[in-house]
Design a protein around this ligand. Structure first.
Ligand code: FE2
Length: 197
């Protein structure tokens, strides 16, 4: 594994939100509110552009911003058209496999397309396209680290216990295997310090 460090101490920062340029802001807002449970914290017009701010965290005024102005014909990703041409994924952390199963059903009912599911060893993921083809991911961390990238299809007809057992065995077979708590302690030593308010 490679750990690159900045030449001088890093500034105090934390990744906080992303903005998406959209074609149909009403349809996209409905999807993120109805299916993902976001709250519109503010919306309005800025010049010619409509803007919608959304969050699921009272600590953050917005986690996703939608603005109008998306060109009608964006080129596809040149390697895998399921990924976007620029934004590869927008990912949401969940708490349990039950949450992931619930979200999978909501996505199906809510008009998402291209549903897939994978085990990465260190996480279980459900993937889909939002109404404008952005690749969205819902994932649950596991207790084990495996070398990445690691991707095997996830079969939701199996029980949580079967999925957990198989994932742990897969991780333990990885050359870089370690409990995720250990991985976090190790990576913390080479990362810039966490955000301080
Ligand atoms: Fe991801």
């Amino acid at each position: 594994m490679t750990h690159e460090k900045a030449a001088r101490p890093a500034p105090n920062l934390k990744f906080a939100h992303i903005g998406l340029v959209v074609a149909d802001i009403d349809r996209m807002t409905r999807f993120y509110v109805d299916v993902l449970g976001f709250t519109v914290t503010d919306h309005g017009v800025f010049g010619e552009m409509r803007v919608a701010f959304m969050s699921r965290d009272p600590e953050e005024h917005h986690q996703i911003v939608l603005t109008t102005g998306r060109p009608p014909n964006l080129p596809a990703n040149t390697i895998n058209p399921d990924f976007g041409p620029v934004i590869q994924q927008i990912s949401f952390k969940m708490g349990s496999l039950a949450d992931l199963r619930d979200m999978r059903g909501r996505l199906e009912e809510g008009g998402a397309t291209k549903l897939t599911a994978a085990s990465h060893g260190n996480a279980w993921s459900v993937y889909a396209h939002d109404p404008e083809g952005n690749y969205i991911e819902f994932y649950v961390d596991t207790d084990w680290y495996a070398d990445q990238p690691c991707y095997v299809p996830l079969d939701f007809s199996k029980t949580d216990e079967e999925i957990t057992r198989e994932t742990q065995a897969m991780c333990e077979a990885s050359p870089g295997f370690k409990p995720v708590a250990q991985w976090r302690r190790d990576i913390a030593k080479v990362m810039a310090p966490p955000f301080r308010r």
